[in-house]
Design a protein around this ligand. Structure first.
Ligand code: UD1
Length: 419
């Protein structure tokens, strides 16, 4: 298993390009199953979760052509099996996103239940309930969701809580349903909007994405198209925190600043000088120590849970005390124990982490437990004295394209070693 070795203490400086968004690319690749012809998806990040999705589609018999610029042409017309096996779903929960499209387009799907995961129980009951309301006959047996429907019909779906992939699954299913579907209390994440834009480019009729009410008028068929996924706001935020934590100065390009308002606001509170253009953000910390900031995670447009671990690392070395409350997922503080091993002063109480910033962290061998937790350990390693060895970095490869190359370009001392 590969490891990352980071020698801390070098302020980051320079410019990097932000990759396409993982959380937009995954639902859009699933949405290609709805089309009558090939769909080409561009600006796809080179990530392990993308490879897993390609393997999932490939095992179904879907034809895939990838060019050297990571444009993926998906031809769903060669599909043979309407099946998502446990061995793939357990490595990537987002595999559940094929359930809605398969059922809606082909009338049948057998998809493994994702099961437990490192950041809480993360059930998919709302996906199942929504599809049932649209007329699907669903039973869960032997760890698999078995779903059937001659043709789904429109329905009014009031979501119990805000779920991103739940909203996406139901929105995709509704595109080919008969009649109108209204999703209330829908997730408003930019990736939901990107998926809606892609579905509309395929000939769908989705309105209201980005608000709490999404309306989908079902159509008889969707066609092939070309669609470029939007930039990754979590990758954007992670590099901005990397610059802030090291006292550095960076510019990130090819991003969409408006998607990051809650994050840039918090970075300003740390004392960073920020400038924002149409497609870029710059941050200058002037080699100063950041101020600790209080944070509560919530669905978009509030502060994203996917940036919580990175800010916990930032607070750990900042001036002052602060609290971070995690309201989206239970058990999403696995990184805290590893940060404590590097000398962080963090107390956990329920879903809140109380930090007292320390003047120095020390490098240590640490273990990545989930995607964003791993990012926080890398960030801590960038400021820690001595070497930090981050083990189990397959988690990081799921969601950050070429992280060591991008950080090295910004002046970090980081290398990957085969384990
Ligand atoms: C997506 C993102 C993930 C992000 C999360 C929250 C993708 C591929 N992943 O995950 O990076 O951290 O949104 O912004 O886009 N819940 C239920 N029942 C359900 C569905 C969800 O109780 O049927 C709960 C979950 O346990 C969790 C909360 O709802 O507590 C939000 O989860 P959800 O938005 O569904 O997360 P994902 O879509 O899995």
């Amino acid at each position: 298993m590969d490891k990352l070795i980071i020698s801390g203490g070098y302020p980051l400086s320079g410019e990097i390009r932000i990759s396409g968004a993982k959380n937009a690319a995954l639902p859009i690749l699933a949405a290609t199953l709805l089309a009558d012809g090939p769909v080409t998806v561009g600006n796809i990040p080179h990530l392990h979760d993308i490879t897993t999705t390609m393997e999932l589609l490939g095992r179904m018999g879907v034809s895939l052509i990838v060019d050297e610029r990571m444009n993926i042409e998906v031809d769903p017309t060669t599909i043979r099996e309407l099946f998502a096996p446990y061995d793939l779903v357990k490595t990537m929960r987002a595999s559940i996103l094929v359930l809605g499209p398969l059922l809606s387009r082909f009338g049948e799907a057998v998809v493994s239940l994702p099961g437990g995961c490192a950041i809480g129980s993360r059930p998919v009951n709302l996906h199942i309930e929504g599809l049932s309301k649209m007329g699907a006959d669903i039973r869960v047996e032997g760890g698999y969701i078995h779903a059937r429907a001659k043709r789904l019909h429109g329905a009014r779906l009031v979501m119990d809580l805000v779920t991103v992939t739940g909203t996406e699954n139901l929105m995709m299913a509704a595109t080919l349903a008969k009649g109108t579907t209204i999703i209330e209390n829908a997730a408003r994440e930019p990736e939901v909007v990107d998926l809606a834009n892609c579905l509309n480019a395929m000939g769908g009729n989705v309105t209201g994405a980005g608000s709490a009410t999404i309306v989908v008028e079902g159509v008889d068929n969707l066609r092939g198209t070309h669609y470029d996924v939007l930039p990754d706001r979590i990758e954007s935020g992670t590099y901005l925190v990397a610059a802030a934590i090291t006292g550095g100065k960076i510019k990130i390009k090819d991003t969409r600043p408006w998607m990051l308002d809650a994050v840039t606001e918090k970075l300003r509170e740390t004392g960073a000088d920020m400038e924002v253009g149409d497609t870029w953000i710059s941050l200058d910390m002037h080699e100063r120590r950041p101020q600790a900031v209080n944070i509560t995670t919530s669905p978009y447009p509030a502060f994203p849970t996917d940036m919580q671990a990175q800010f916990t690392a930032l607070n750990a070395v900042s001036e002052g005390t602060a609290m971070i409350s995690e309201t989206v997922f239970e058990n999403r503080f696995m990184h805290v124990h590893e940060l404590q091993r590097m000398g962080a002063d963090i107390r956990l109480q329920g879903n809140t982490a109380f930090t007292r910033g320390v003047g120095r962290l020390t490098g240590a061998p640490v273990m990545a437990t989930d995607l964003r937790a791993s990012a926080s350990l890398v960030l801590a390693g960038l400021v820690a004295e001595g070497d930090t060895v981050v083990d189990r970095i397959y988690h990081i490869d799921r969601g950050y394209e070429s992280i060591e190359e991008k950080l090295a370009k910004l002046g970090a001392r980081i290398r990957r070693v085969p384990g």
